[in-house]
Write a protein that binds this ligand. Structure first.
Ligand SMILES: *[C@@H]1O[C@H](CO)[C@@H](O)[C@H](O)[C@H]1NC(C)=O
Ligand SMILES: *[C@@H]1O[C@H](CO)[C@@H](O)[C@H](O)[C@H]1NC(C)=O
Ligand SMILES: *[C@@H]1O[C@H](CO)[C@@H](O)[C@H](O)[C@H]1NC(C)=O
Ligand SMILES: *[C@@H]1O[C@H](CO)[C@@H](O)[C@H](O)[C@H]1NC(C)=O
Ligand SMILES: *[C@@H]1O[C@H](CO)[C@@H](O)[C@H](O)[C@H]1NC(C)=O
Length: 494
């Protein structure tokens, strides 16, 4: 009797799996084979790193959002002599009017034998939305002028285009990625961690932080980059007597953490256009009751999907990724935060760390079955899409080895250098495109329409499986079924 039940159930299950497979598409491991060549840093006297002319001219200019809602920017730059401290003027490009809501300060640091220049940070507030502001740094012959556009007022249908770059470094491949991004229509960059790779050098040569700052200036001086810290930012080096984690990063790259009531620059949130963006730190404590855990717990409650339909998380270490490099390193954070990501219906989680590109189906791994002992990722309509964009092009090279066969949760994966673009169209649709550098040319290698988790009408076919299958199984007690790999897969998927 049980045996019969099992057999018919198995047939039903088989049918369902194929049906579901057809619905979600099987994973793709791209067959594109990239030419293999060494990833070398550009030489220190390379054109991309050339300092601006003029004694003490402001260099390494970069801006980031300065508040919660986009009325402020933080403008940062480096000067070799302190004399330019606080010399910043800015005006609306069109009417020349100036505001005086500016707060500047300068800092400097040493790391092993390296001594930094003066790193200036100015918080410029009270800006109008959707406006072009010019700003001037320094004075006289050394002065340099730049501009940036403030974001539109927050709203559910505000279109906005984000670039997504990770693990960039400063190789010739980094240069290609960077050039391809700057030629795109990206309006701000979501940077998913690992910036300069200065720590690759003996004594973490701080000059490689300076070259990196000059390298990215053609973009960072004109549009905000939203910073996430990666493992290469930690620079914890007792052997060099440097025991303050994230020291160079925190001196150089400011974040508007206080505006989201965070107590650390390493985790914070901003709202921009129609997106609520939450930045997490993989390398800071996130266990229950830690500052980051408490902050995220509160921040998720602040998300208002009627104002910002898109809920996006940036975190360096991927929570789902099937690259051999750093495989499962994100398990701790996944165990801690995944239920919240489901509860709050996060749309997408962007990460770096593995030097490749990968996109998952909507999956979760929060149900454990005592009987099967298993817990494997299951398709889950409430789950975010996880995207790894760790392929900026740094000195460590690509991560080419994948877990085989391709796990069911993985939709597309390829080890090539590139960057991604998230083109938010309105409250229901965002277009994700991954641009492969293709050894010189930019080409779209993966694209995907992300449907908003709150604003998309649910198709009934999307919600059926989970409950029905769970119920069927609880009535089932025969060993034949328990041993079937197909059933096992299903149990875990239920
Ligand atoms: C930073 O700047 C101050 C003021 O010029 C100077 O006295 C100090 O030595 C500098 N600190 C480092 C670590 O370079
Ligand atoms: C200026 O320095 C203070 C203290 O270090 C810091 O809290 C603040 O964020 C800085 N301002 C800017 C604009 O970075
Ligand atoms: C902003 O204004 C500057 C200076 O007038 C101009 O060069 C730049 O093209 C403007 N940017 C945009 C996006 O309009
Ligand atoms: C931060 O906390 C203050 C004081 O409790 C509150 O007024 C403010 O709205 C909070 N900011 C955010 C972004 O929630
Ligand atoms: C939202 O954008 C998508 C993609 O461009 C489009 O098909 C859809 O009609 C838009 N929805 C509305 C309400 O405009």
């Amino acid at each position: 009797m049980y045996r019969k039940l099992c057999r018919s159930l198995s047939a039903w299950i088989m049918f369902f799996l194929f049906w579901r497979e057809a619905l979600v598409h099987a994973g793709v491991t791209s067959s594109y084979v990239r030419k293999l060549s060494e990833s070398k840093d550009m030489p220190i006297d390379s054109l991309a790193f050339r300092p601006p002319s003029g004694f003490n001219a402001p260099q390494q200019v970069h801006i980031t959002q300065g508040d919660y809602d986009g009325h402020a920017v933080i403008i940062s730059w480096v000067s070799t002599s302190q004399s330019t401290l606080g010399v910043l003027t800015y005006s609306l490009a069109n009417d020349g009017s100036e505001s005086n809501d500016v707060h500047c300060n300068a800092t400097n640091y040493t790391f092993a034998s390296y001594k930094s220049g003066y790193i200036h940070h100015c918080l410029v507030g009270g800006l109008m939305h959707d406006s072009n502001y010019t700003y001037k740094l320094g004075k006289g012959a050394e002065a340099r002028q730049f501009w940036f556009c403030t974001p539109p007022k927050l709203g559910p249908d505000v279109a906005y285009t984000f670039g997504i770059i990770g693990d960039l470094g400063q190789t010739y491949d980094s240069l290609r990625t960077f050039e391809h991004y700057t030629a795109s229509n990206g309006q701000a960059v979501l940077y998913v961690g690992d910036l300069s790779y200065a720590d690759h050098y003996p004594q973490h040569n701080g000059e490689r932080w300076d070259t990196w700052g000059r390298f990215i200036e053609p973009s960072t001086a004109y549009q905000p980059w939203i910073w996430t810290a990666g493992n290469h930012e930690i620079e914890f080096s007792p052997e060099l007597d440097e025991i303050e984690p994230f020291k160079p990063f925190l001196h150089r790259y400011a974040t508007p953490y206080a505006a989201s009531n965070s107590t650390s620059p390493l985790w914070y949130a901003i709202r921009r256009a129609s997106a609520h963006i939450i930045v997490l730190s993989s390398y800071s404590a996130y266990g229950k009751y830690t500052p980051q855990w408490i902050w995220l717990h509160d921040e998720l409650k602040r998300v208002d999907r009627t104002i910002t339909p898109w809920l996006i998380i940036l975190v360096h270490t991927p929570l789902y990724d099937s690259n051999r490099a750093h495989y499962m390193e994100g398990e701790g954070m996944r165990a801690e935060f995944e239920t919240w990501f489901l509860k709050y219906k996060v749309d997408a989680v962007f990460s770096g760390h593995a030097h490749a590109y990968e996109r998952t189906h909507r999956v979760s791994n929060v149900v454990s079955y005592a009987v099967s002992g298993g817990c494997v990722p299951a398709h889950d309509r409430s789950a975010p899409v996880y995207v790894t964009v760790g392929d900026g092009g740094n000195i460590e090279g690509l991560a080419r080895t994948y877990i085989q066969p391709q796990p069911e949760y993985s939709a597309f994966r390829e080890a090539s250098y590139g960057h991604a673009i998230l083109d938010i169209k309105n409250r229901t649709h965002a277009h994700l495109m991954w641009h492969r550098n293709d050894d010189g040319e930019v080409s779209i290698a993966d694209e995907f329409w992300i449907q908003n988790q709150i604003w998309m009408p649910r198709k009934s076919s999307d919600v059926v499986p989970r409950r029905i299958l769970k119920k069927s199984f609880s009535k089932l007690k025969c060993s034949v079924c328990e041993q079937s790999p197909l059933l096992k897969r299903l149990l875990n998927a239920a």
